[in-house]
Ligand binder design. Sequence first.
Ligand SMILES: Cc1cc2nc3c(=O)[nH]c(=O)nc-3n(C[C@H](O)[C@H](O)[C@H](O)COP(=O)(O)OP(=O)(O)OC[C@H]3O[C@@H](n4cnc5c(N)ncnc54)[C@H](O)[C@@H]3O)c2cc1C
Ligand SMILES: *[C@@H]1O[C@H](CO)[C@@H](O)[C@H](O)[C@H]1NC(C)=O
Ligand SMILES: *[C@@H]1O[C@H](CO)[C@@H](O)[C@H](O)[C@H]1NC(C)=O
Ligand SMILES: *[C@@H]1O[C@H](CO)[C@@H](O)[C@H](O)[C@H]1NC(C)=O
Ligand SMILES: *[C@@H]1O[C@H](CO)[C@@H](O)[C@H](O)[C@H]1NC(C)=O
Ligand SMILES: *[C@@H]1O[C@H](CO)[C@@H](O)[C@H](O)[C@H]1NC(C)=O
Ligand SMILES: *[C@@H]1O[C@H](CO)[C@@H](O)[C@H](O)[C@H]1NC(C)=O
Ligand SMILES: *[C@@H]1O[C@H](CO)[C@@H](O)[C@H](O)[C@H]1NC(C)=O
Ligand SMILES: *[C@@H]1O[C@H](CO)[C@@H](O)[C@H](O)[C@H]1NC(C)=O
Length: 536
Amino acid sequence: MKLALLLSPTFALLFLSCLTSATNSPHNTFIHCLVNHSQPSHPITSSIFTPSNSLFSSVLQAYIRNLRFNTSTTRKPFLIITALHVSHIQSSIICAKKHNLQMKIRSGGHDYEGVSYVAEVPFFILDMFNLRSIDVDIGNETAWVQTGATLGEVYYRINKKSETHGFPAGVCPTVGVGGHLSGGGYGNMMRKFGLSVDNIIDAQIIDVNGKLLDRKSMGEDLFWAIRGGGGASFGVVLSYKIKLVKIPKIVTVFQIRKTLEENASDIVYNWQHVAPTIDNDLFIRLIIDVVNVTKNGTQNGAKTIRATFISLFLGDSKTLVSLMNQKFPQLGLKQSDCIETSWLQSVLFWTNINITEPVEILLDRQPQSLNYLKRKSDYVKKPISKEGLEGIWKKMIELEDAILYFNPYGGKMAEISSTETPFPHRAGNLWKVQYQANWNKAGKDVAEHYINLTRKLHKYMTPFVSKNPREAFLNYKDLDLGINHNGKNSYIEGKAYGVEYFKDNFNRLVEIKTKVDPHNFFRNEQSIPTLPYRKN
Ligand SMILES: Cc1cc2nc3c(=O)[nH]c(=O)nc-3n(C[C@H](O)[C@H](O)[C@H](O)COP(=O)(O)OP(=O)(O)OC[C@H]3O[C@@H](n4cnc5c(N)ncnc54)[C@H](O)[C@@H]3O)c2cc1C
Ligand SMILES: *[C@@H]1O[C@H](CO)[C@@H](O)[C@H](O)[C@H]1NC(C)=O
Ligand SMILES: *[C@@H]1O[C@H](CO)[C@@H](O)[C@H](O)[C@H]1NC(C)=O
Ligand SMILES: *[C@@H]1O[C@H](CO)[C@@H](O)[C@H](O)[C@H]1NC(C)=O
Ligand SMILES: *[C@@H]1O[C@H](CO)[C@@H](O)[C@H](O)[C@H]1NC(C)=O
Ligand SMILES: *[C@@H]1O[C@H](CO)[C@@H](O)[C@H](O)[C@H]1NC(C)=O
Ligand SMILES: *[C@@H]1O[C@H](CO)[C@@H](O)[C@H](O)[C@H]1NC(C)=O
Ligand SMILES: *[C@@H]1O[C@H](CO)[C@@H](O)[C@H](O)[C@H]1NC(C)=O
Ligand SMILES: *[C@@H]1O[C@H](CO)[C@@H](O)[C@H](O)[C@H]1NC(C)=O
């Protein structure tokens, strides 16, 4: 009786009048459309949050991962739909299209520019966090993973089934599958197994007509596009089928820090030649930041550069030490620097969690800490001279709060053709640079100060990085590269950032986009544009 009432249209309308304040607003008719289209067996009403709902702010804030977009002046959505069932996604698309509304799709919310939950125009959020099942099939070494899952959940579930299987993806466990896998997905096993997108074998997507498609029914073009071209330009990705990779039961990690006083310049110089060419089982990330000089326990106000080498080796420590002594003796790696651990615990190490913590911490969807941040990216193709490095150090000390992450390429990355997936940055790249600024104080001027630091350092790096085009990584979303207003100039606007993210693959992405979403329903500040209208 109660259930029947819940499902009856009369109840739905009653419910709606409580849900919305302005009775005849376009948003109201949108909600009517959603309810009308939802299946009686899967009512959508409990998934709809309007600003008048007391839970609205907490639902919105639950997956904001950059505090830069958690201010009172950040535009808020007029609605959030926390989909519980595929039919909710289908209704959202059909009704939003009908009412010409801007939809943003959010999975883990880690977009560096908040593109999944912020917009310059009125918009609503389709939130995917409830759709996060993970189905691991060890016999076939595959898993179906819904896009609302986090990487930590994926790693944990695989490990529960087998300690000798893993998946090559990002190092931060709270990152969402939806944005990460559709945008490329790199991590510390990339030199051995490639990117996440190199290990995807099927997918489910809901297209602009609300149709649920798999690899076979979507066709190879669209399947290609959603492995690195960004899902949000093409549809709502519901799940990916991933190919698991074989890993040893014991891996080795280390972290070694050297300041300029400890010969950091020489060691970094050598790292450039070693990290992209050494054994594929070894990944040595390099982080460069500015710290106070400490002499005999005291600081005199002087600044220095600190190089942090953080590593994952898919093997034991004895093999690693002997490999390092042979190929990279300048770093001086000792057995006592090495920690042998399981692959799952190495994920904790890499995200700055003590590896003695229970691995269940990977199921925690809330990051350890949040701050305000800005990111940019670059690719280096030629080693930088010692003079070049010293100039960079000088600039960084002048800026003080800009950080560089160097992630070495080579190995498997260089073996995969640049057209295999939309991600084009393959052979010929020594490493990828990530520019970082992190801060923890609110305010527009503060933000501008830190954002400026990354822009200044990025500008300074021009002679050392790729040119024509200057390449960038889609998962390191950077609106400085250009913004699309999705009007009549959208192709020209899209080409600006599109060529940096995708090089020649941009053209194929545009063609696929034009075919599957000709009216550009799936759009955002940096989506793939459709081809300009041509009169025949
Ligand atoms: C702390 C931190 C660490 C990171 N570490 C790494 C790393 O190690 N390696 C790496 O490669 N990247 C890393 N990133 C970048 C990360 O991969 C991207 O930000 C990624 O897009 C985040 O995915 P998400 O689902 O969490 O983000 P969201 O903000 O939810 O989405 C990002 C983009 O994808 C779209 N999208 C999301 N879900 C779907 C879907 N289901 N269907 C269609 N489109 C969708 C969104 O609309 C948006 O445009 C990191 C980011 C952060 C904040
Ligand atoms: C509800 O859906 C039916 C068909 O599914 C359609 O005819 C009707 O116009 C819809 N009503 C609203 C308010 O969208
Ligand atoms: C985001 O902003 C709200 C409102 O000011 C605040 O209550 C909340 O704590 C902020 N979130 C974080 C993680 O700081
Ligand atoms: C692989 O998957 C198929 C289809 O799901 C299943 O029938 C088969 O048993 C699986 N093979 C193994 C070795 O588990
Ligand atoms: C720095 O390098 C020089 C010459 O290679 C060496 O003599 C010196 O011991 C090194 N210093 C440190 C702290 O490693
Ligand atoms: C270093 O510090 C200790 C105690 O703080 C002091 O006794 C010693 O003289 C200092 N050495 C130098 C070289 O400054
Ligand atoms: C470094 O020195 C500055 C003053 O120059 C001080 O404010 C800051 O706290 C110091 N940082 C650390 C980590 O000691
Ligand atoms: C990790 O935790 C253990 C046990 O609590 C502690 O002994 C150790 O010092 C911690 N390690 C680090 C690096 O904090
Ligand atoms: C940031 O840079 C812009 C452009 O160079 C400049 O106008 C602005 O004053 C800078 N802002 C801050 C806070 O440094």
